[in-house]
Design a protein around this ligand. Sequence first.
Ligand code: EPU
Length: 337
Amino acid sequence: MQIEENKSLKEYNTFGIECSAKYFVAVTSVIELQQILSEKKFENRFIIGGGSNMLLTKDIDALVIHLNLKGKKIISETDSVVTLQAMAGENWHEFVQYCINNNFGGLENLSLIPGNVGTAPIQNIGAYGVELKDTFISCEALEIATGKKRTFTKEECNFGYRNSIFKNEEKGNYIITSVTFQLTKKAHKLNTGYGAIKEKLAEKNIQKPTIAAISEAVIEIRQSKLPDPKKLGNSGSFFKNPVISSEKFQQFKIANPKAPYYEISATEYKIPAGWLIEQAGFKGKRFNDAGVHKNQALVLVNFGNATGDEIWQLALKIQQAVKDQFDIYIEPEVNIF
Ligand code: EPU
């Protein structure tokens, strides 16, 4: 394990923000991670997995630990299901592809989401009608303060929409080292109800989709709307879709009869933040190197040399404009540091 000083983090965050870590180390095993956590010299630690859900607005005055834990193994299997464990540093999309190639069903709708396996539970990643929690069994983690191992069951993770215990009570307390999933080997439960998937499968004339066909459809949809972080720095959806009360929704609907919405329950409605931001006039707008993606207004982008603070100032401007126009507060999904 080599500890570097004043290391650039540009390659380690998908926004491609230039900022530096006072100290930096990449760990390749849980034992190495425990060793570095027991090192009292570094009191402040900052964990980076895939770096896909963070906006860095300043240099990190801490030991940045990059989780490079690799590997996957089958814990148990029957004729119909497999219980599979993947280490935190596995790239999410490569893991999904591995599952599809082995005909393990359940993750296909989550194809092409940037980031790593270990960060997926933190925000309960989701897309096209599926969330991580649907196949999640448990995860293993190390407590940062003590280096002790702990297993979190699904119930303990307290998953919600882009939310979990790791963004709330246990924020900053644990490092997820592996995640265990239960996937199907046959009679896959296909999720093709989401409008865009239905349309894509119809366009390709696929009547009986396989998990591979669904994954392909998702990849095509995502590629058409969402920028590839390798080409254009971004962190996926920057904001969560806001949830409003039915009273507020009734007024909103009268003022905005054409707005898309999802009914969550009898008392709550979700409004796509992308639509609100587009209506507020920000879609495709650019301020120096910070901008709003031209195909999906929910995605903020770095055209090259934007600072984290420039992106953050743009986010605040958008938040204020949406509040002024619709009296709706949109909350960042991305973690701001
Ligand atoms: N819309 C606009 N303008 C825009 C963007 C969207 O009018 O610029 C409208 C669309 O026309 C559509 C609605 O908003 O009627 C919803 O758009 P979309 O289907 O693209 O999904 P989203 O609600 O904007 C969410 C997730 C995405 C996920 C997609 C598909 C959140 C915060 N985002 O986006 O997740 O891929 O659904 O399931 O829930 C991510 O979290 O990083 C992410 C990309």
